[in-house]
Ligand binder design. Structure first.
Ligand code: NI
Length: 258
């Protein structure tokens, strides 16, 4: 049983078959899916999906691409939703200095505000880091160490960076990129970091793993990512799945599967 620690089930790519996608994942052996908000509408849609499926949990927050839409009132409203037991994290938040869809200062400000809220709520954060490794590291170092601080999703740094984050109390989530032949850096990270800090995710509908590369991604495809990690680490897929699920349950404080 695997958990997809990061999907965007509310996205319009799933409008014509969302229910089948979720049912396919559950029948295919996923025990839970965490669907992650990127702004107000998406966070509310994520929460709504948790009402329809016991296996679906939500994260709420403003993605760096959407930082310019964010304001105090919106954050207050999201803070209210976060008291719902099915909201298990604050995210997706972070910095994206590759696409720069919001101004860097705005991204930074919105990121810092959300880190503060999550800290007050005691919720782990889901962090997006694209071409902003130094900024993310320096901010998280300033905040300091803790247990279940959060996860760096679609991790794209090196092993050193991963180890620094792990020491601070973060988990490292590996996406389908690890299945790509030339992705040597992330293969190295997935092989070397402590097993107890590793998560897997799809980031669906984006980033489909091989052999589905280029197609729409969906939560069930996390199985390809886990299979590649079990090959890289030389451990049985079942053993890996047990560890990954335990990590995800610990980080997000997920209730036991009934
Ligand atoms: Ni995402």
């Amino acid at each position: 049983m695997l958990i997809d620690s990061h999907a965007h089930l509310d996205m319009q790519d799933f409008n014509h078959d969302r229910n089948q996608v979720i049912e396919r994942a559950i029948k295919g052996g996923l025990s839970r899916i965490i669907t992650v908000g990127i702004n107000m509408a998406s966070s509310i849609a994520a929460l709504k999906l948790t009402r329809e499926y016991d296996s679906v949990f939500a994260a709420v927050g403003y993605h760096p691409h959407n930082a310019s839409e964010c304001n105090r009132q919106a954050l207050n409203k999201l803070t209210e939703t976060a008291s719902d037991p099915k909201v298990v994290a604050w995210g997706e938040i972070g910095l994206d200095f590759y696409r720069n869809r919001s101004l860097r200062d705005v991204q930074m400000n919105v990121f810092l505000q959300q880190l503060e809220i999550a800290g007050e709520l005691g919720l782990p954060v889901i962090i997006h880091d694209r071409d902003a490794h130094n900024e993310i590291l320096s901010i998280l170092k300033k905040i300091g160490k803790g247990d279940r601080k959060g996860v760096i999703h679609c991790f794209s740094g090196d092993t050193n960076m991963a180890m620094t984050l792990i020491e601070l109390g973060y988990y490292i989530s590996i996406s389908g990129v690890v299945t790509f032949k030339k992705a040597s850096l992330i293969k190295e990270v997935a092989s070397n970091i402590p097993l107890e800090r590793l998560l897997v995710e799809t980031d669906s509908p984006y980033l489909a793993p091989a052999p589905k590369r280029g197609k729409r991604n969906e939560p069930l495809f996390v199985t390809y990512t886990a299979k590649e990690i079990s090959r890289l680490r030389g451990i049985e897929p079942d053993e890996l799945a047990v560890a990954l699920s335990a990590n995800t349950e610990r980080l997000f404080d997920l209730p036991a599967v009934s």
